[in-house]
Ligand binder design. Structure first.
Ligand code: ATP
Ligand code: MG
Length: 364
């Protein structure tokens, strides 16, 4: 069954640049299903682009293996050159030919591949239609907006019908409004083509909006791979808890061992019940508290001081410091009509939360 096979398989892949202290990519194992939209997320320098370049064939592996559609492209004794990989690439700088028209830019890879003229014209037309640029064929890149240029780059990648499309921060050069519009276009593009996509970003909102699964890289290692909701609700390491979504990662203690995925805990001198992995042990632990896990409550057991309050339209986003834990900042939302100001006292209740599992070595 061809579609049971992962479209992309990365097996214990490593890359250590000469003269650097630590590997840029360190034993990453990951598989991407056919038609999946996987986001590769992580802070600057964590190895996202290096991993993508390894898949594209621009970087050799020091160890491990990469296969696309069941065929090994990079391995101990194999290195298929980039131009023979049938992988589509869209990078941050769209690198269009400035002297060529939109038509010419999109047709270029087909000409290089010596595709006959009639077939070429048909495929260029279809690709431009997919990205919504029909009617722009005769324009040059300088006569297009940033978003339109990015779409030309997308059409140029699409025209080759790649098995796999790799995108490295394709929206990084665009302003906020255009980014939002292009996000929708990527989602459409993915739905229309059914292509397998790996999308690098350090913008978690972008990853959440687009991806079926998100892989978080932390200093060259894979910290977690999960659907957006799982990543948000059940971060596997303190790094993921702090990097994805708003909220706080705080110290506390698990009082009673897990039952049905919940445990009784002590946080800031008060007891609460939060979610945890089954088999969670007792004792000191780290907790992830999202804004919706905390509730202002005059009867609440936790006393805190408002440090910052920002009206967000409909609600006030409050940062508060618990009296029991100076230096810790909790984030919560307070109803839009409430008046909250820095320096004020606030009582809170903990409605939910997550016990961050002990690091598996992925986060220090
Ligand atoms: N050609 C190179 N030679 C040496 N070191 C490199 C090279 N390219 C990248 N690095 C280093 O490898 C690490 C990973 O870099 P990479 O470009 O993969 O990060 P990234 O996650 O894409 O970051 P960003 O979000 O800033 O694009 C960094 O520490 C970087 O300095
Ligand atoms: Mg990068």
């Amino acid at each position: 069954m061809p579609d049971q096979m992962p479209a992309l398989l990365i097996d214990s892949a490593s890359r250590h640049y000469a003269g650097t202290a630590a590997p840029a990519v360190d034993g990453v194992t990951l598989d991407v299903a056919a038609g999946e939209f996987l986001a590769l997320l992580g802070p600057s320098g964590c190895g996202k682009s290096t991993l993508l370049r390894m898949v594209a064939g621009f970087e050799r592996l020091d160890a491990g293996r990469i296969a696309v559609g069941g065929r090994t492209l990079s391995g101990p004794s194999t290195h298929v050159p980039p131009e023979e990989r049938r992988i589509g690439l869209v990078f941050q700088s769209y690198a269009l030919w400035p002297h060529m028209t939109v038509d010419g830019n999109v047709a270029y890879p087909l000409e290089t591949a010596r595709v006959p003229k009639a077939d070429r014209e048909r495929r260029v037309r279809a690709a431009l239609e997919t990205v919504g640029l029909t009617g722009y064929e005769a324009r040059r890149p300088a006569e297009l907006s940033g978003g339109q240029r990015q779409r030309v780059a997308l059409a140029r990648c699409l025209v080759m019908s790649p098995e796999l499309v790799l995108l490295d921060e394709p929206l990084a050069n665009l302003d906020v409004h255009l980014r939002a519009a292009m996000e929708e276009e990527f989602a459409d593009f993915h739905a229309k083509t059914g292509a397998t996509m790996v999308y690098v970003t350090h913008d978690q909102a972008e990853a959440m909006a687009l991806a079926t699964r998100i892989a978080v890289l932390d200093r060259g290692r894979l910290a977690q791979v999960a659907p957006p909701r799982t990543l948000y609700r059940e971060p596997a390491t303190p790094m993921v808890a702090g990097f994805v979504g708003q909220g706080a990662v705080v110290e506390g203690a698990v009082l009673t061992a897990a039952a049905e995925g919940r445990c009784r805990v002590r946080l800031f001198g008060a007891e609460a019940v939060v979610r945890c992995r089954s088999g969670q042990g007792e004792g000191p632990a780290l907790f992830c508290l999202r804004p919706e896990d905390l509730e202002p409550d005059p009867q609440g057991p936790i006393t805190a001081t408002v440090v910052r309050a920002a009206y967000k339209g409909g609600f006030v986003l409050v940062e508060a410091e618990p009296a029991e834990a100076p230096g810790v900042r909790l984030t919560l939302r307070v109803g839009g009509d409430a008046h909250v100001a820095p320096g004020e006292a606030l009582r809170l209740a903990i409605r939910d939360g997550w016990v961050v599992p002990e690091g598996d070595g992925a986060a220090g």
